[in-house]
Design a protein around this ligand. Structure first.
Ligand code: GMT
Length: 380
């Protein structure tokens, strides 16, 4: 098939899923056309089946807010027509689903039919999407999509709860490439960060308030008083300055390193002992899955789709949102040298259930199902 993928190209779970899916599809004989405003950050190699089309937004003095959605819809029309795409798959509803709807209508007026699939990722539903300033457009564009997927059962439930949805939603969970996310044998990294055999705790995110990274620091502050340990914070975002101030206030700066945005996050994960994700909302928790694939168990909250990934007492532990004392207790249990190896093994076994080669075919099957449904409607 020739598939157009629309996503956010920046660091963030939905863009990562879209890019990794595109890579999987291209390796399996499909032609993939990415349509985004800049090159997706995990798309830094050549593959004869992958194409990139940049959405260029021309500025004009009148535009205080440049109309990105219009430029995107126009680019979709252009690519579908000239590359003869079979299907458009848009990731993150805002504004991709409504831009796709517009593109579909324009193409229809020219006698071209294109199936549109929207994948819901999380905050497009649980946070931004249900805001009154977007809700009517989000509801309409989800209902107008020919196929809709959500990355967890919980996100599917939330979508039905917060929006008046008439469409069926197919749950296809996120996935990981376990041939890339695996133990790397980079033990010298660990030696450099933990010279005295300290335990290594890691968190990775886009540093937004919803991630509750202040809880990461508060948990770590308590744990390090009982178990010699270090904390690595991977990523960057709006909360960073507040977090640095908290580290200074708690006098933990010597044991915490802010690493910024990193490409090869698997190298860090593969030498870490525990991953911590105390999010307020998390539709799936892709970063936790990537950690598990590197044999790193997870301390997380029990919010959203996290219970569909992290098995309490098996692959890690879960606590209520904001329950720092419980997370401290769980972390200390987990860091015990007799306990940790068992959880590491379990984390890897669980991650294997979400390997790209297991989940990828479910997207392909769904594409085929939606494409034949749309073709049937056109014929009638
Ligand atoms: O919050 C992020 O990390 C980014 C956000 C996105 O859409 O870019 O992530 C959401 O989608 C990911 C991929 O499906 C999920 O793994 C994350 O759980 C989800 N984030 C939230 O629900 C807060």
């Amino acid at each position: 098939m020739k598939i157009g993928i629309v996503c956010y190209p920046t660091f963030g779970g939905s863009g990562v899923v879209a890019t990794e899916l595109g890579k999987y599809l291209s390796k399996n004989g499909h032609q993939v056309h990415f349509i985004t405003y800049s090159q997706p950050h995990r798309l830094d190699f050549f593959n004869e089946n992958i194409f990139y089309h940049e959405v260029v937004i021309s500025s004009y003095p009148l535009f205080e807010y440049p109309p990105y959605e219009l430029a995107l819809a126009s680019k979709m029309v252009d690519v579908v027509k000239h590359e003869k795409l079979d299907l458009l798959h848009v990731h993150y509803a805002i504004p991709h689903a409504s831009a796709a709807y517009m593109a579909k209508q324009i193409l229809r007026s020219q006698g071209i039919s294109i199936p549109v699939i929207t994948t819901l990722h999380g905050t497009d539903i649980t946070l931004v999407g249900k805001d009154a300033s977007y809700e009517p457009v989000v509801t309409f564009s989800i209902n107008q999509s020919d196929g809709v997927t959500a990355v967890s059962e919980d996100l599917k439930r939330d979508t039905y709860k917060h929006f008046n949805i008439t469409n069926d939603i197919e749950v296809i969970p996120n996935f990981v490439d376990i041939s890339r996310f695996r133990k790397q044998g980079k033990e010298h990294f660990k030696k450099a960060i933990c010279p005295n055999g300290e335990k290594l705790i890691v968190h990775a995110s886009n540093f937004r308030a919803v991630k509750r990274i202040e809880d990461v620091i508060m948990v770590f502050d308590q744990v390090r008083k009982q178990i010699p340990s270090k904390l690595l914070l991977v990523g960057d975002g709006p909360e960073r300055m507040k977090l640095e101030a908290l580290c200074r206030e708690l006098d933990t700066c010597a044991d915490i390193r802010f690493l910024g945005k990193m490409e090869a996050v698997e190298e860090i994960l593969s030498v870490s002992d525990v991953f911590i994700m105390p999010s307020e909302k998390e539709s799936f928790g892709l970063a936790a899955l990537e950690a598990m694939a590197c044999e790193v168990p997870v301390i997380s909250t029990n919010t959203g789709g996290l219970p569909e990934l992290n098995i309490h007492g098996v692959t890690g532990f879960m606590s209520n949102v904001g329950d720092v004392p419980d997370m401290v207790k769980n972390m200390i249990t987990l860091l015990d040298d007799k306990v940790l190896p068992v959880f590491k093994k379990n984390a890897l076994a669980r991650a294997k259930e979400f390997d790209v080669n297991t989940i990828g075919p479910r997207y392909v099957a769904y594409y085929e199902k939606v494409a034949s449904k749309v073709a049937g409607m056109v014929e009638r």
